[in-house]
Design a protein around this ligand. Structure first.
Ligand SMILES: *Cc1c(COP(=O)(O)O)cnc(C)c1O
Length: 366
């Protein structure tokens, strides 16, 4: 994991955010990159907020000594919000039930102030308060704010199609967001607003409001069609453990799906689908080895794969790059995703595996 790349991407996103603050989203253990290290690097580079999915994720960052403002947005109904309130983690509220739970947590703590972000569903139809229930939620929040320990920090929402610039749903969601915000201000609330994810931060200056929430672009993966100056932070690499010559006609790996057309050298690499190399990429993978891009042959197994090296002098101990920035000719997480018909988000978050060791470059920049 290249933390200098993260800092580069964050600096660029903070510029694009203009006057808006930058929240770096580090859910799912920092999209598989390590939430604590990413959060620290991002805060050094100009981010001022952190976003997490669950309270457990947020509390882990607090336990690591990270004090930055933080928002957590999705927890199961039985969650006790008191530890979040005590830890100064803002909580997203989409329903009266959640509002009551946060107030109760604050009361249990003897009135430690709770900060909430009211979430309006503007068309993603996932989390967020439906428009029909919004006036009631806003009224209840305004009543709660009349007390001393409850503060509505923000009104927020999330876009469905920001990665398709020009999609008509974006403007429709923006209009619904404006209407919901008016309801809040008419009820006497003065919250900040946030709507934009990475894609909207890069393409819709008008939707930055007070804060933008960037995830994927922080990690150097570009969610929009146009070119952006982003550097992928994750490189997935391993080492050759064994090489061997095989004769023409010998077949490789389970099912014998590949047969050597000539005498050749094979290199064995100790990573497989248990380490995040999708088996569905069998027959399509190339790795960077010995200064060249070379095909992985036969099936990807649970723990290993085999590279065809021709007559080149490859040896045990040689470094193998599975994906990275693409600059040296290696594949990228985005190419893997395209081949599989998925998105690069799924490739990098899929690297969150106990057997895959993480190393950080640029850790001591501060
Ligand atoms: C994951 C997430 C983001 C970040 O989205 P990216 O497309 O990775 O920038 C922002 N807001 C919410 C609510 C999210 O769940």
């Amino acid at each position: 994991m290249d933390l200098d790349a993260v800092r580069h991407n964050v600096t660029m996103l903070a510029e694009r955010a203009g006057d808006a603050e930058l929240m770096v989203v580090v859910k799912a253990d920092g999209y598989g990159h390590g939430a604590v290290q990413i959060a620290k690097a991002a805060l050094e580079a100009g981010a001022s907020w952190l976003g997490v999915c669950s309270l457990a994720e947020g509390l882990r960052l607090r336990a690591a000594g990270i004090r930055a403002p933080m928002l957590s947005w999705l927890d199961v109904p039985e969650t006790d919000f008191a530890p979040a309130v005590a830890a100064g983690i803002d909580i997203s509220v989409s329903s009266l039930r959640e509002l009551r739970a946060v107030r109760a947590a604050s009361d249990d703590l003897g009135g430690v102030g709770a900060h909430v972000h009211l979430k309006i569903d503007t068309g993603l139809s996932r989390n967020g308060c439906p428009s029909a229930d919004w006036p009631d939620l806003v009224r209840a929040a305004a009543a709660a704010e009349a007390g001393p320990h409850f503060h509505v920090r923000a009104v927020w929402s999330h876009l469905a199609c920001a990665d398709e610039p020009g999609h008509p749903s974006i403007d429709q969601q923006a209009e619904r967001f404006a209407a919901a915000y008016s309801v809040a201000t008419e009820a006497g609330l003065r919250p900040m607003r946030h709507l934009a994810n990475s894609a909207a931060t890069l393409t819709r200056a008008d939707l930055r409001f007070d804060l933008v929430r960037a995830g994927i672009a922080v990690y150097g993966l570009n969610p929009v069609p146009q070119h952006e100056d982003l550097i992928p932070a994750m490189t997935f690499a391993s080492t050759v453990v064994l090489t061997k010559r095989v004769a023409a006609g010998e077949s490789v790996s389970y099912g014998h799906t590949w047969t050597a057309p000539r005498d050749t050298t094979l290199a064995l690499v100790p990573v497989g689908y248990a380490d995040g190399v999708p088996r569905g990429l069998s027959g399509h993978l190339r790795v960077l080895l010995g200064g060249r891009s070379r095909p992985v042959v036969g099936r990807v197994c649970m723990d290993q794969l085999v590279v065809d090296c021709g007559d080149d002098p490859i040896a045990a101990g040689d470094r193998v790059v599975l994906f990275g920035t693409g600059k040296e000719g290696e594949q990228t997480a985005t190419e893997w995703a395209d081949q599989l018909g998925t998105i690069d988000y799924e490739i990098v978050t899929g690297m969150c595996r106990p057997r895959v060791a993480r190393r950080y470059l640029g850790e001591d920049a501060s």
